[in-house]
Design a protein around this ligand. Structure first.
Ligand code: ARG
Length: 296
């Protein structure tokens, strides 16, 4: 009986919606310091191949373009090797950009560049307002948007104070989740939003209370296994139908396909040396609702 219900739960075609992304070419990308357990600047075996990183990133960008999405670019800045991880540059909801305040001194200067980009290009991309948080906040790394609420991570980077600031700034409920595994230090390494009601996550990345909360809120969620979590498989980008995820996350790709999504795999192994995947390289710009209507 359960099996039959499972089958009925699947859909063969899910609607994709056109997205607007901001990305940053990894021109100056390298692993020069260590601010998460993935980064080993002194290990020759873990050295970044810059050309390969650029090529992998280019494939990711082209994947979005081929899927029909709009990709905007922010200029990379010399001396800021992690700027490629655009997801940390803001969280943009309803045309309102909630900027970053980075935890580590190495990434602090990125904030100015991301904010300046939104100030300059805001009107073009439907962003009418920017905000600089007082608490540490690492953008979409720790804030994942659902239609009715925002899921927010804390424990390693973003502070709970920023969850409150974001709730106030956007007027949306923000649900705080505690991250407990240092390898999955940003929410977007432990949980992926696939569509308006479907998420995938790796339960052990969360505190027992947060696991209870997620189970209660999303009883039909896809549960990722450890192998997939440890290749940053959950660092995925979905348009509601296509799920762009690391090629190494094989069982997650299968699970996603079983639910009627189309997995689109990419290899960003060079970026993983810094603890990043496809989602980390991708900031979604959600325009103001009125703007969306205007565009139709
Ligand atoms: N090396 C970067 C850091 O530790 C990686 C950021 C990954 N970004 C993300 N959205 N998870 O800050």
């Amino acid at each position: 009986m359960t099996e039959r219900r499972e089958v009925m739960h699947r859909q063969s075609t899910r609607p994709a919606t056109r997205r607007r992304y901001l990305m940053c070419r990894p021109r100056y990308f390298t692993v020069a310091y260590s601010i998460n357990p993935w980064m080993h600047p002194d290990d020759p075996a873990a050295r970044v191949d810059g050309e390969r990183a650029l090529a992998q990133w280019e494939t990711l960008r082209q994947t979005y373009v081929d899927l029909g999405h709009e990709v905007h670019l922010i200029d990379p800045v010399p001396g800021l090797p992690d700027m490629v991880f655009a997801a940390n540059g803001a969280v943009v909801v309803d045309g309102q950009a909630f900027g970053p305040r980075f935890r580590h001194v190495q990434r602090l200067p990125e904030a100015v560049h991301y904010l300046a980009w939104f100030k300059t290009h805001g009107t073009t991309v439907g962003v009418r307002d920017t905000y600089v948080p007082l608490s540490v906040a690492e953008g979409e790394g720790d804030f994942l948007t659902m239609p009715d609420l925002i899921l927010a991570g804390t424990g390693f980077r973003t502070e709970p104070g920023a969850h409150r600031e974001l709730a106030e700034f956007t007027g949306r409920p923000v649900v705080s989740l505690d991250l407990v595994d240092p390898r999955l230090y940003h929410l977007d390494t432990a949980l992926a939003v696939l569509d308006e009601e479907t998420i995938a996550y790796y339960p052990p990345a969360f505190s027992p209370e947060s696991q209870d909360r997620l189970r209660e809120m999303y009883p039909h969620a896809i549960l990722a296994d450890e192998a997939d979590a440890m290749v940053l498989g959950l660092n995925a980008v979905s348009d509601g139908r296509h799920v762009v995820l690391p090629v190494q996350a094989t069982s997650l790709a299968r699970q996603v396909a079983e639910r009627g999504f189309e997995p689109v795999t990419v290899d960003v192994s060079e970026l993983r040396k810094s603890g990043g995947g496809p989602k980390c390289c991708t900031l979604e710009i959600r325009p103001a609702r009125e703007r969306e209507e205007e565009r139709r």
